[in-house]
Design a protein. Structure first.
Length: 178
């Protein structure tokens, strides 16, 4: 092999990788931009979580303040939300394998009819706590789209927010990090 062809080989190899690398960077940039746009109305990380109280489908009164000392995923959703329905299985799996000292607390937005929500939970095999919160809960948490997830640390401070579809690994990792 001549000296000239030895020098050309690395250049050709670099050209082969440049296109796919730029595509990956573009995908990452678009993902980050869409994520930032979706969260534009959400509460800021590092701010205290607002008050949250309600009754679970099994009749227990729960407040976010009672969960201090634990990391909490506060998951806002609605029965009519198609993306929320896609996450039901992931939330069941997450709830079964939660990191130590963590809690999943799902807050249903359309909970004005508890019997209908209980039927929905049975029909969709929901095995995690569903909270029917007071009317102002979604507003206090600045929920503008469903699903919205707030990751609250042991001190009651918001550490992260996601809006839109999440998978159980991403939720688990965020909880673990919180």
């Amino acid at each position: 092999m001549s000296a000239q062809s030895r020098q050309a080989a690395p250049r050709q190899s670099a050209k082969r990788w440049r296109g796919p690398a730029l595509q990956v960077l573009l995908v990452v940039a678009v993902y980050l931009a869409v994520s930032a746009w979706q969260k534009r109305h959400a509460l800021d990380a590092a701010s205290p979580a607002p008050a949250l109280r309600g009754v679970t489908l099994d009749g227990r009164e729960v407040g976010l303040d009672q969960l201090r000392g634990k990391a909490v995923l506060v998951h806002f959703w609605a029965t009519w939300c198609g993306v929320c329905r896609l996450e039901l299985g992931s939330l069941n799996a997450l709830n079964e394998h939660l990191p130590a000292n963590t809690v999943l607390l799902s807050v249903v937005a359309d909970g004005e009819n508890p019997e209908r929500i209980q039927r929905f939970a049975r029909e969709n095999d929901i095995r995690y706590p569903v909270l029917i919160a007071d009317e102002g809960a979604a507003q206090r948490f600045a929920v503008s789209a469903f699903p919205t997830n707030y990751y609250v640390d042991e001190a009651g401070v918001i550490q992260d927010v996601t809006v839109g579809m999440s998978n159980r690994l991403a939720m688990w990792l965020r909880l673990w990090w919180t």
